[in-house]
Design a protein. Sequence first.
Length: 154
Amino acid sequence: MSTDLPSPDNAFPKLGQTAPEHDAPIRFPIERRRYPRFEVQPMYTPMSVRFLESEKFDYEGHAYDISEGGCRFELDRGIEMGTAIALQLTLPTMNNQILGPGRAVFVFGNVVWLEDEDEPGPVRMAVAFTRFARVGDRERLLAELRTGRYKAAA
């Protein structure tokens, strides 16, 4: 009796092998991020940025997502990739709680991604944190992210 069904031994290609009807090997996506990211509502997540040479935060913007290792945000102007900056972040619920010495989290980081600046309007970019500025800033950020109020970013 003839059947068109493959035998169990060759029904599915083994990991790394090419399926007979496809040219590429089977691959699974690899998560490159070290820390989970969480979505925040931009209009309720203000942030300020300053260049390290400056004493004051000259640029205001909004965060889109944040993790222990960095964040994605927008400003009215782009900042060149590789530039070291300082950020002041205020998550929405941090405004409603007493969280120790101040309600904002201060971090230092480097710009690692910049959206196409040729488009009109605010420019989105991402920063990788290099260190938290004050004692307790990292702990306040992590405590806030662990509240369950924020959903995982894609």
